[in-house]
Design a protein around this ligand. Structure first.
Ligand SMILES: Nc1ncnc2c1ncn2[C@@H]1O[C@H](COP(=O)(O)OP(=O)(O)OP(=O)(O)O)[C@@H](O)[C@H]1O
Ligand SMILES: [Mg+2]
Length: 327
């Protein structure tokens, strides 16, 4: 039996004037029912493109899912046509984006945007959809629901808009919610409230969450399982406690070291030296090699594959390859 979401060997590439950007390159990922999986990684590591590939939002001609499988509830989404995808999107799989302002339509009222999926996917009539929409506004913790129903997005604060995005996303009781940096644009108190909301809906409905964030605090709060991406690849993955207590990949260690800890204040915050490589200049190698303090000769010429190490974690790093002579 397959997990709710199983991504296998996903490759999503963009053709640009300067060459091919392998935004997502042979990525695998599993999300079980009721589980929260977090994808972490620096800017440009392929997190959003992974999410957009699942949602069927990679639009040609430049961008294309080149190969792989995205099994959702036993069916390969990559074999779906546009209509089949539309039936799943916003219904069984919903997504919330980092910028609620740009995801909501400024010329439609909040109410119009809330009732649309209820009418399309849940086949409700307008009256029932309106009743449900007003309930949903209340469920995401906004008072004066009837007044908000007739408001436009520019009349709401960032925190309220993100709550509305969540209301739209959960309106059809999705099996999977993809949240791409849902709290990055919000201040910390609102951020905590939004995360609490997501947790509440997850507990109520056994929904699964694929949460994309670069904030390790959010990961620690939310994740059951963590996938670390770097330059379009998964470099490490594991249960959240194991991964935080026992990170294996030098990149994961660097990420965790970059997180400020109140009782271990330093004069300067640690940051991983160097920069994410230019996606147009990647050659066969470990893509992290020139930022890695453990870099060996083989790291410069061959790509390590993801393999099981201790504690059920998986890591793609030559340090864990026993046959390698560590030089
Ligand atoms: N339309 C596009 N055309 C060309 N390259 C693209 C396009 N969209 C994304 N990319 C490239 O794909 C790579 C992955 O981008 P992606 O948006 O998935 O990163 P990310 O991990 O979500 O980063 P961030 O944390 O900044 O949101 C980047 O190198 C990006 O430049
Ligand atoms: Mg992104």
């Amino acid at each position: 039996m397959r997990d709710l979401l199983e991504i296998e060997h996903l490759r999503t590439y963009f053709k640009t004037e300067d060459g091919v950007v392998k935004a997502v390159d042979d990525v695998g990922l599993h999300v079980r029912q009721g589980e929260t999986v977090c994808i972490v990684g620096e800017s440009g590591s392929g997190k959003s493109i992974t999410a957009m590939s699942i949602m069927g939002l990679i639009e040609g001609p430049a961008g294309k899912v080149n190969s792989g499988h995205i099994w959702f509830d036993g069916q390969d989404l990559l074999s779906f046509n546009k209509n089949e995808l539309r039936a799943v999107r916003g219904n069984e799989i919903a997504m919330i984006f980092q910028e609620p302002m740009s995801s909501l339509n400024p010329v439609l009222t909040i109410g119009q945007q809330l009732i649309e999926p209820l009418i399309e996917h849940q086949k409700m009539n307008k009256k029932l959809a309106k009743k449900r929409a007003i309930e949903l506004i209340g469920e995401v913790g906004i008072s004066r629901a009837e007044q908000i129903f007739t408001s436009y997005s520019h009349e709401l604060s960032g925190g309220m808009l993100q709550r509305i995005m969540i209301a739209i996303a959960i309106s059809c009781r999705p099996k999977l919610l993809i949240a791409d940096e849902p709290t990055t644009a919000l201040d910390v108190t609102i951020q905590a409230q939004i995360l609490d909301l997501l947790r509440k809906f997850k507990a109520d409905s056994q929904m699964s969450i694929l949460l994309i964030t670069h904030d390790l605090g959010v990961v620690a709060e939310m994740a059951d399982y963590v996938v670390v991406m770097y330059a379009g690849k998964v470099v490490e993955e594991g249960e959240v406690v194991e991964l935080f207590q026992n990170p294996q990949h030098p990149y994961t260690r660097g990420l965790l070291k970059s997180k400020p800890v109140i009782n271990q204040r330093q004069d300067e915050l640690y940051s991983i030296p160097g920069q994410v490589p230019n996606p147009l200049e990647l050659k066969e190698s470990c893509y992290f090699h020139d930022r890695c303090e453990h870099c060996m000769a083989i790291c410069r010429t061959q790509e390590p594959v993801l393999k099981n190490v201790a504690n059920g974690q998986k890591v793609a790093c030559w340090l864990y390859e026993e046959a390698v002579i560590h030089v």
